[in-house]
Ligand binder design. Sequence first.
Ligand SMILES: O=C(O)CCC(=O)C(=O)O
Length: 276
Amino acid sequence: MLSPAFPELQSPYSLTPAQVAQFRRDGFIKLKQVLSPALLADYGREITNQVGRLSRETRPLAERTAYGKAFLQVMNLWTKSEVVREFCFSRRLARLAAELMGVRGVRLYHDQALYKEPGGGLTPMHVDQYYWPLSSEQTCTVWVPLQATPMELGPLSFRAGSHRFKFGRDLAISEDSEAKLQDAFKVSNYALVEEPFDLGEVSYHYGWTFHRAGPNQSNAPRAVMTVIYMDADMRVVPPENKHQEVDLATWLPGLKPGDLAASPLNPVVYEAGPGK
Ligand SMILES: O=C(O)CCC(=O)C(=O)O
């Protein structure tokens, strides 16, 4: 049942050709006023409840790895809550993903809530597609902060144009990826774009775009919901590392290399067509 209270969740958000070109040049884009404060408050309440219910993290921050300090991570909330499902199946968000990438339709890869706790550490620089056994680069994530996100909360930042940078694509999220990539980017031309997010602003980044986030230096959590999209025609490829083996079993259950990436967990959430 789609919520009639927020038609904006389904209606199109107009992109200009210049914005599409910018996304393909920079590998990311930030878009303002995509979702209203009222919608974010409503859905955010349910997402936060689910994170509280489902997060299995009990260790104090000091006892965690860099990855563990970066955020509480709860995945595929859409399968746990009808309300979150409505959010993750947003045609507005999915259509933006398809139009930015220039594909006919998109499927869900998975969703994840990323809550950076007060005092939580930085998110080390990394690329997402290192983790995914997928056949093309037509993947992207929408990063939706559930509150305004000033610098002290740790907004997502990007290396502009770095989806074409080949170094560091084999690095897992860790202190090592942060250190090696800091060095690599000192001698490259990929500018760091590190800015606050207004309430209602979201970003899209390709699976191969390098990104990070600063620590949460405030007393409040940095609540973020994300949805990962892939081209509706995406195929599974043989896993190249142990993370991809886990991802194949977890997010593409029952599929094998060569298959269309279309398990029951990967519904088409937007498809262009007459009247769509
Ligand atoms: O929210 C964060 O700190 C990191 C997010 C991220 O890496 C992603 O959504 O791909």
